[in-house]
Design a binder for this molecule. Structure first.
Ligand code: PHE
Length: 392
């Protein structure tokens, strides 16, 4: 008898739990998605530790700044924003894990991240399948947003970035033969390398490709020899700052005097410390110009400097814009509903950010110019801007 009662109680309990769980699920999908304790939750997943930890540190600092400003001004749709943060530790697979956590346990309305394309590529399918909008502030690999109507980005893409650097190398540096050092097992590096090569060869230039991989560690001696043998005018290095600073030092130690050129992945305060002078005169592209006189940009630069005692990087600027793009989309959606927020994100037009004024196009990407910087001493000096129209 008792056991029958126990069984009935058990069945009743299970039913209650199931009913409650399904109610909760419904809440998540419909109105008030992401609202917990009267705050609206926005996920942030970037790498603040590991090989390229400064990317996430800069992004997070500016994301928090934007959140504080928005909250001080009354929040979104009358609710305060809460950022739920995950450190992806410079490991691509952590992108998938963080995304799973954010969409299933953290109950966020939207996710912001990642920086590194390899991390975003692991996270994007998770957000897409869960119907939770994801906005990458700075992943430039085209595949991140491809065929995923819930995945967005607010930065330029590698076909443009690679093309712009190729045009710059050919026209301004007058290079005809370029050596390229590529990290074979990194989505960002191979993608950007391919787009550079395509454009440079279409201009009738020659590219000599030199590969390395995660296993190479910090001994680039065989790559340095290959670069030497390539007899090139310029070295294009679509790699992150941690690898670049080591590569640059070993190139100079080998006595090779070659103009070095890179993409957005070079941007870090650790680039120069790591390179120890070896990158003097190096040139790379980034996402914004901190000397832009637009009032909005200068106000951001000042607010950030007040808090962190340094000029914000491109990563910081993109992180800051990402929060405002998301907040504006939520306001336009008019309710805390994921599908409606995604729809509003798709309709983003002429958004005035600190990285410039931009729209989200039919492929959920932004179209923006690239700022070219030169390394002079301990400074990154803007030398030129290249617009998409100049590359197409
Ligand atoms: N664009 C890089 C990527 O997709 C990330 C990055 C952006 C790094 C901006 C530095 C600055 O992997």
């Amino acid at each position: 008898m008792r056991s029958v009662w126990t069984q009935l109680m058990l069945i009743l309990t299970v039913c209650t739990v199931l009913v409650l769980a399904s109610c909760k699920q419904e809440d998540n999908d419909e109105a008030d998605a992401g609202v917990v304790d009267d705050k609206v939750r926005i996920g942030l997943f970037v790498s603040t530790s590991g090989d390229f930890g400064t990317y996430g540190q800069d992004t997070r600092a500016a994301v928090n700044l934007a959140m504080d400003e928005i909250n001080a001004a009354g929040g979104v749709l009358g609710k305060q924003i809460e950022i739920v943060f995950h450190d992806t530790r410079s490991l691509p697979e952590q992108g998938g894990q963080a995304a799973t956590h954010l969409v299933s346990r953290d109950n966020v309305l939207v996710g912001i991240g990642a920086v590194a394309s390899s991390v975003s590529l692991q996270a994007a399918p998770v957000f897409q399948n869960a119907g939770v909008p994801m906005v990458s502030p700075s992943s430039t690999n085209p595949a991140v947003t491809q065929d995923r109507d819930f995945v967005f980005r607010i930065c330029y893409l590698d076909p443009f970035q690679g093309g712009a650097m190729a045009v710059f190398a050919y026209n301004e540096l007058e290079a005809r033969r370029v050596a390229m050092i590529v990290k074979r097992d990194d989505d960002y590096s191979t993608g950007l390398a391919d787009f550079f090569q395509r454009k440079f060869e279409s201009l009738n230039g020659t590219v000599v490709r030199v590969n390395f991989s995660r296993e190479t560690g910090s001994d680039f001696s065989s790559q340095v020899t290959a670069i030497q043998n390539a007899n090139a005018d310029v070295l294009f290095a679509p790699v992150y700052y941690n690898d670049m600073s080591v590569i640059a030092r070993q190139i100079r130690t080998a006595g090779l005097d070659i103009q070095m050129l890179g993409g957005d992945g070079w941007e870090s305060e650790l680039l120069l410390t790591g390179a120890d002078g070896a990158l003097e005169g190096g040139i790379f592209g980034t996402h914004y110009n901190p000397f832009d006189e637009a009032e909005k940009t200068q106000a951001f630069v000042e607010a950030y400097r007040e808090l962190h005692d340094k000029r914000p990087s491109g990563l910081a600027a993109l992180g800051y814009d990402a929060v405002y793009v998301v907040a504006e989309a939520i306001e336009r959606a008019g309710e805390f509903n994921r599908a409606k927020v995604a729809e509003a994100l798709r309709a983003t037009r002429d958004f005035e950010g600190v990285t410039g004024t931009f729209s989200i196009d039919a492929n959920r990407n932004a179209r923006k110019p690239i700022s070219i910087l030169r390394i002079e001493g301990d400074r990154f000096v803007p030398i030129r801007q290249i617009t998409p129209a100049e590359v197409e």
